[in-house]
Design a protein around this ligand. Structure first.
Ligand code: SF4
Ligand code: MG
Length: 329
């Protein structure tokens, strides 16, 4: 199917603040390499899950995609548009087409505006309806996300966490986006509520033909929702595959460890730290060669010297960055 979003060689570095001691000692400035040479293609109408331990760069990637962060190098191309070059009206239009929904919608909803006012404002800013059509559109949006009609006249604090997440989704949908980027959308919710919100997202994705990037650390939810899954480790994508193939036959040693560590997939699980030896290395000082080599049970000499490229492996559209698999046709 057709590619709607293409990321090429995307890198993002955050400078670390410099302490007085470091300055006096004349130490070089340090930086966190949040993303390194990320390549990714997202297909129109698919849900792509993005998983990895916290600190792996998945939120940074999401934020770069909606221009909350500028990128240092590389390209983001959305439906033929070079995203980093967009300014003014063209950027606003892009941000309408590609909407982000956050873990805590409370922080992004104005506490003094009723749900109806919030939705009305979003609809009118983008001139998506005539003023007299707005009340009908608001009712439609509330119904779409499963909120009662009287939600319109209430303030955000009057709702539960799950309902607030529905309000955040309604607001995102009010501007008629093509793509939704959800960063840990349900992580703060109770498990039973998580399932409801995720099922809502599944329904909306099918009904509205949305493209969805679902950034999460919960592998069970990602498996339920995603057509394909990208696995990130220390700012790089290490494996990308169709969801069931990834979960039933993970190819990259890190994906294998991540799945072994997932409580919902294996009740006799180990933590990620136990499943793979050692802690996640600091992105301040990433390992040379394969970023996973200090923890990889299968590492060999070449792994500490050479970064494995993300390459297609096998006939079914899987991509893996690992020297072990290079011989595989
Ligand atoms: Fe392990 Fe080497 Fe593959 Fe990296 S490249 S995952 S260290 S085998
Ligand atoms: Mg995050």
């Amino acid at each position: 199917s057709q590619t709607i979003l293409r990321v090429e060689g995307l890198s993002k570095v955050f400078p670390v603040s410099y302490s007085v001691v470091e300055r006096v000692q004349g130490r070089p400035r340090r930086a966190v390499r949040a993303l390194t040479e990320v390549n990714l293609e997202v297909r129109r109408g698919e849900t792509l899950g993005i998983v990895g331990e916290s600190g792996c760069g998945k939120s940074t990637l999401a934020r770069c995609l909606v221009r909350l962060y500028d990128v240092d190098s590389g390209r983001i191309v959305y439906d033929g548009l070079e995203v980093s070059g967009l300014r003014g009206a063209a950027l606003r239009q892009y941000n309408r087409r590609v909407q982000m929904v956050f873990q805590d919608p409370f922080s992004s909803l104005n506490p003094r505006m009723t749900v109806g006012q919030t939705l009305r404002e979003a609809i009118l800013v983008h001139r998506l309806r005539k003023p007299e059509q707005v009340p009908g559109r608001i009712r439609e949006l509330l119904e779409l996300v499963g909120l009662p009609a009287d939600a319109e006249n209430r303030l955000p604090h009057e709702f539960s966490g799950g309902q607030r997440q529905r309000i955040g989704i309604a607001r995102a949908l009010s501007v008629e986006p093509e793509t939704l980027i959800a960063d840990e959308l349900v992580s703060a919710l109770d498990v039973s509520v998580q399932a409801q919100v995720v099922n809502l997202l599944l329904k909306l994705q099918e009904q509205l033909h949305l493209t969805v990037l679902f950034v999460a650390h919960d592998l069970r939810l990602v498996r339920h929702l995603s057509h394909r899954v990208a696995v990130m480790y220390l700012g790089r994508i290490v494996e990308l595959a169709e969801t069931e193939r990834l979960f039933t036959a993970p190819a990259h040693p890190y994906t294998q460890a991540l799945l072994r560590a997932a409580p919902e997939l294996d009740p006799s699980r180990k933590s990620v730290v136990e499943a793979v030896k050692g802690e996640l290395p600091s992105p301040l000082n990433p390992p040379t060669g394969c970023p996973f080599h200090p923890r990889c049970p299968q590492a060999f000499e070449r792994c500490s010297k050479e970064v494995p490229a993300l390459l297609p492996r096998g006939p079914e559209g899987r991509w893996v960055a690992c020297h072990l698999l290079e011989a595989t046709p």
